[in-house]
Design a protein around this ligand. Structure first.
Ligand code: PMP
Length: 392
């Protein structure tokens, strides 16, 4: 009998793991300082406080049970209160939907908001996890470049004037991954206005907003329009292992997301959602905890930019991050950062080449550097190694 091999769905044809991703597997070698990862610092995760919250939570047998698809009620209430303060209007619990990290919010929203072939506008460079979701949804993707003030709204306006009609505009408005920049206040207001004028949704993907260094980020894009769906999570302030994220959206969007969440995984974890609710309501503790992350990351970011400027001078331009986890840098002499990566790994330093995040622009001379998991001396050492590798 001959075997007939079953097929995978056609939509998978365009999805592939990149060569760069494969190279990055080498970054876990002990002799490599990795500025590639993009992980929050595990040493800053509140292990003891989480253990205490888990112990308390387990006294209630309900935390070992399934919960509502829209989320553990106590957590939804806390998030509604926090979101109300962030966006400056009362957010109802019905507008809060808890997801398995904000990544799941992106993936459920893509199903709810996009028909195959729908236009999605992303930033260039873009958050890879969003690109994966929109590609898998069969969207047509058009990219708008970033500058030092975030998404180039003049280019978005040109696209709209030329007749493009996006269903969704995705933005990492605050402390961009990978671009390191923050959307200026005036652009936030304009983006929300455009959404209302042209009838598209904005997804404001904001996992980094709390990680500001010297002053809070500008008011969220969502504070200017209910057509802005706001996503966040506790991954960068508590721990990504809790897998607790959320979206804030009009009730009809939340109801549609609920139908899909039921099919995806029934519900999130009652236990980790209760632990999260406990930590988020312990306000003096939480404020001090987040302050210590801000101080540590701020010092590391400054150490990295200082070393880059002292070492490369005009040969490399880099962003001055005001928060978040990333610096975006660009060689001014046509150094190809994908080619350089092999030499850099041999010299004991890793980063992610810009090409990994590029949509339309090539970003061949750019790179993303993550400063969260190395101390200042290690970051300086990493820059010395990068200079050695890139010596022309
Ligand atoms: N959005 C952005 C911009 C991210 O960088 C990430 C992860 N680093 C996520 C969403 C997803 O994070 P999580 O699912 O852990 O909330």
């Amino acid at each position: 009998m001959s075997l007939t091999i079953p097929a995978l769905a056609n939509k998978l044809a365009g999805l592939q793991s990149s060569a760069i991703r494969d190279l990055l597997k080498l970054t876990t070698r002990d002799d490599v300082i990795s500025l590639a990862g993009g992980l929050p610092d595990g040493a800053l995760m509140p292990r003891d406080r989480i253990a205490l919250a888990a112990e308390t939570a387990l006294r209630d047998p309900a935390v070992l049970q399934y919960t509502e698809s829209s989320g553990w009620p106590a957590l939804r209430e806390v998030i509604a209160a926090r979101a109300s303060a962030e966006i400056g209007r009362t957010v109802a619990v019905a507008e809060v939907f808890i997801t398995h990290g904000s990544q799941q919010a992106l993936s459920l929203l893509a199903e709810v908001l996009l028909d195959p072939g729908a236009l999605v506008i992303v930033e260039d460079p873009a958050y890879i996890g969003a690109l994966q979701v929109f590609r898998a949804a069969g969207a047509r993707i058009v990219a708008v470049p970033l500058d030092s003030e975030g998404m180039r709204l003049d280019i978005l306006e040109d696209l709209l004037a030329a007749g493009e009609r996006p269903a969704v505009v995705h933005t990492v408005a605050t402390f961009h991954n990978p671009g390191g920049v923050t959307l200026a206040s005036e652009r936030r207001r304009r983006l929300a206005k455009l959404a209302e004028e042209y009838g598209f949704w904005v997804i404001e993907d904001d996992p980094y907003g709390e990680l500001w260094f010297d002053q809070p980020a500008p008011a969220p894009v969502a504070s200017y329009s209910p057509q802005v769906i706001r996503l966040s999570s506790v991954s960068k302030i508590l721990s990504p292992a809790l897998r607790v994220g959320w979206l804030i959206a009009p009730e009809r969007v939340c109801r549609a997301v609920e139908l899909l969440k039921q099919g995806a995984d029934l519900c999130g974890s009652s236990l980790t959602q209760q632990i999260t609710a406990d930590l988020l309501t312990d306000t003096p503790w939480l404020a001090a905890h987040i302050d210590s992350i801000r101080a540590t990351y701020g010092t590391r970011a400054r150490a990295l930019t200082t070393a880059l400027r002292a070492t490369f001078a005009d040969r490399l331009h880099c962003t001055d991050p005001t928060g978040g986890m990333f610096i975006w840098a660009e060689f001014t002499d046509d150094t190809n950062t994908s080619t350089l990566l092999t030499t850099a790994l041999n010299a004991g330093v890793a980063y992610v080449p810009g090409a990994a995040f590029a949509v339309t622009n090539t970003a061949d001379s750019s790179l993303r550097l993550c400063f969260t998991t190395s101390d200042e001396d290690t970051l300086t050492d990493a820059v010395t190694r990068l200079a050695e590798a890139s010596r022309v």
